[in-house]
Ligand binder design. Sequence first.
Ligand code: C2E
Ligand code: MG
Ligand code: MG
Length: 651
Amino acid sequence: MISLLDLIGSLSAGVALCLLFSKWRRQLASAEKWIIFFVCLLTLIINFIGFISWLGTTADSQIAENWGDYLQILQPALWGMFFYVVVESAQSKKLKSSEEKLRAVIENLPLALHAYDQDGRPLAWNKQAETLSGYSKEEILKNTSALALLYPDAKDQQSLLQECQKGGAKYYHRLRKLRGKLGEREVAWYNISKQFPIPGWANWCIGLDMTEQLNAQRKLEHLATHDELTGLANRTLLRDRLQHALDNCIRNDHMGALMMLDLDHFKMVNDSHGHPVGDRLLVEVAKRLTSCLKSTDTLARFSGDEFVILLEEISSIEDATFVAERILNTLSHPAFVIYGNEIRVRASAGITCFPEDDIRTDELMKNMDLALYTAKEKGRNNFHLYSRNMHRRLRRRHEISEKLRIAIDQQRLELHYQPKVSLKTNKVVGFEALLRWPLPQENALHPSEFVPIAENAGLMPVLGSWVLGEAFKQTALWQNSHMQAPVAINLSALQFFQADLHYNLDRELEMAGLNAEHIELEITETAVMRNIDHAISTMKVLREKGFSISLDDFGTGYSSLSWLKRFPINTIKIDQSFISELQYNSQDAAIVRSIIQLGHCLDKNIVAEGVENEKQKIFLADENCDAYQGFLYCKPLAAETLSQTLAPPIH
Ligand code: C2E
Ligand code: MG
Ligand code: MG
């Protein structure tokens, strides 16, 4: 029976040997393999001898039997040794592999591990810490003043050292800057000193690199509170600062001001030079504005070409007006040069003061808006202080613009025509189309009142196109009648500088089946002066298309005589303000005389506007003026009425 066990032992030893040379072998160290090998071999020999003695068939059976007793005693010891080695080896392998796994996990964690002893000397530095800082494990572990090297902030160095001395920190996480070879990173350090106490490791943390997230977050915050183009504060931030300033002014009995600034005719810059130039101009304007302000003031871009300035502490209203003057001067001189284009900037400003005018954010915003509106209305390039009676007037303007919008939609506007008469032949040489808004007498509004309102309310593109279409149709109708003469159309400044003016004109001409030579375009001297170079190039294009051009209201726009030479115009229209006083005012008479002479020298036609009496007409005829226009001959009339009035008598 024992020998049967020997047989089983031999077989198991054989199996163990086979295993030794199979897959299992890889798990064993070479010394262990040799031990198992010898144990198995010895067991086999012993069992073999035992087996032979059991058979009792050999001559050596006695020897085998004698040895067998000893070996039978040795066998369990050998087996014990065998199993001990196998179990021990398996356990140590397991431990080693799990330790290696743990090390690999720690090494490859996307978190930086740092650990220090009680004196702040580094003990651990994983791969992520290497990547983050650019310092290798060797460089850091041998550096005794790693804290000073890695932490740019002296306070951080100090507090970390204290944590090391106290055996760990109390906080859960903290944001600290880490100075690496490639620059500073912002790291959120999670303290784990208490959770994983390792003897000798006084203070250890894992750190998550937050640099990118924090930068993105800051960028988002900046975007939410700043204007992208100029980098100035936006509405949100301004409102916030204003609220803060209002609280402050009430608490400390301070005074402040809110100023809204609008660039005059900025749209024209965009239209004539393109948006990249417009954008660059806004950036340059922002820089100049900043140079006029104190660091405690807030400059915000409100929208498009509107800027708002919050002056948090002023001692009187005059302080705010000084700032406004300084700003307007700084913006207008010298001219801006943007991508080679010289651009003159004028601005208008509206100012409201707090707590005088109000102490509510929204009300103050409205006030400055109204004050700005008034500044623009007064002729731009100036500033205006808010006053309470401003409301009424501006409300009226607003009402007018709303009614005008409806009137345009419902096509309730009309065109009247006024003849231009030759002073040489006394014959009609042309007509001027003048816009009329039929309203009850008590509400009558002149185009000189409602055209600027239409411009401000953004109604001019539609209204202007309608005027062109109507006037072209009428001109075409008159071509085969006794009314055959060129018709003049007034272009507003916005219309004149609009990039699509040529297309509009071409389209309307085509629709009316008309030639450009039958049309004269009137543009005021003041409008031309807004952007002389662009005006000249536009005029040239229009002339090439066959249109005639008149410089309207001449004498009111301060153009220099040298510019007049450069304007490719056909006609100069002397403003009616010089004509009305002609008989009594020798200076006006001298001006009119000079304009006629100068105009003729430059080969221009001269037309006098607003001629109301014979004396004026005679003066102009004597001075060799070419034509006149005025109530003396005929008031502006509806096309049909005028056509009947001017019809030749039937004999
Ligand atoms: P304007 O182009 O200088 O037009 C001449 C103005 O003088 C017209 O005023 C006309 O009615 C007025 N007028 C003519 N003869 C006499 C006169 O003998 N005495 C006096 N006191 N006035 C005379 P209106 O029609 O009120 O137009 C005023 C201005 O409005 C125009 O000045 C022009 O600048 C603008 N306007 C008129 N129609 C249009 C239009 O269709 N488009 C644009 N953009 N502006 C227009
Ligand atoms: Mg005109
Ligand atoms: Mg005029």
